[in-house]
Ligand binder design. Structure first.
Ligand code: SAH
Length: 279
């Protein structure tokens, strides 16, 4: 009898012992998100990451020097303990801050299926390798919260591309990359899901890309991780009138709040630069 995913207890790290990504795939995902937000930094002041797990994305987010607020949200208490450690500013962040403004980081225990008014006004929502962990009823509720309620400028969603799985000989036919995955979609299935979202929320458009290049001889299978970037039409502000009428206060449990200081020189008139002699 074929073993279940849980018995095999595979994860991406083990699969990467067979197919090498350089840098590792999870780093490529974080870097992709960072590069995109950095490029659009003039539009991004508040970012929320659903399914933040251990909060490793913070190492990238903290380098976005003009971000004002970050929310890291997960529903797993154990992960959130580690997440709080990761989100805490380091001594380095106090001594050598390059921040243009102070930044607040809130760590929340909450579900992507639940609305919480504190996320209204967020510019970016990221869901990095989250959706494939969601049960049907949570996956169904996700668009309402993100696109209908929070209504941010950008939504970045990453998920495995099941077509790439042929590269992992450790995976039995139909087996998923991780024991907790509820599904893994091929590119057409992910496209269909994205399309149903924009059909329902026509103030959004989306484009698809990915990270984790396939080998040159297997370009047909696509990226290992597929990524959807949803963008709200600029002119189309979020039609959020319903939000003010209903009470969605404090649905998430605030675990910790951290403040990242700004660069001291930004508080004074202007920064002085030293002209180093050229050799
Ligand atoms: N984004 C992280 C890890 C993703 S693993 C990274 O890229 O490294 C998926 C995470 O989603 C887990 O930590 C799990 O606890 C969390 N999760 C599962 N269901 C959730 C839900 N309904 N709302 C928020 N987070 C959820």
């Amino acid at each position: 009898m074929m073993k279940t995913n849980e018995e095999n207890d595979l994860n991406e790290k083990e699969l990467e012992s067979e197919v090498k990504f350089n840098p590792p795939l999870y780093i490529q995902r974080y870097q992709f998100v960072f590069d995109l937000l950095n490029k659009n930094s003039h539009l991004v002041t508040k970012i929320a990451d659903f399914g933040a797990a251990e909060g490793k994305i913070m190492r990238r987010f903290k380098r976005l020097s003009n971000v004002e607020e970050i929310a890291l949200i997960d529903c797993d208490e154990y992960s959130l303990e580690i997440c709080s450690l990761e989100a805490r500013p380091l001594v380095y962040d106090y001594l050598f801050s390059e921040r243009l403004i102070e930044m607040t980081v809130n760590v929340y225990n909450g579900s992507v299926a639940q609305r919480d008014s504190r996320l209204l006004g967020y510019d970016v929502i990221t869901c990095i390798e989250l959706i494939e962990h969601l049960k049907d009823e949570v996956l169904v509720a996700l668009p309402d919260n993100i696109f209908g309620f929070i209504c941010p400028k950008f939504v970045i969603i990453t998920t495995p591309n099941s077509e790439y799985n042929v590269m992992f000989s450790q995976l039995k036919c139909g087996q998923f990359r991780h024991w907790d995955h509820k599904f893994e979609w091929n590119r057409q299935q992910f496209t269909n899901w994205c399309q149903t979202i924009v059909n329902r929320y026509p103030n959004y458009t989306y484009e698809l890309t990915g990270v984790g290049e396939p080998p040159i001889c297997r370009k047909d299978i696509g990226f290992c991780t597929q990524i959807a970037i949803f963008t709200r039409f600029q002119s189309n502000e979020c039609p959020n009138e319903i939000n003010v009428c209903e009470d969605y206060n404090n649905n998430y449990k605030l675990i910790e709040t951290f403040k990242y200081p700004m660069n001291k020189n930004n508080k004074t008139e202007s920064q002085t630069y030293v002209d180093w002699p050229t050799v």
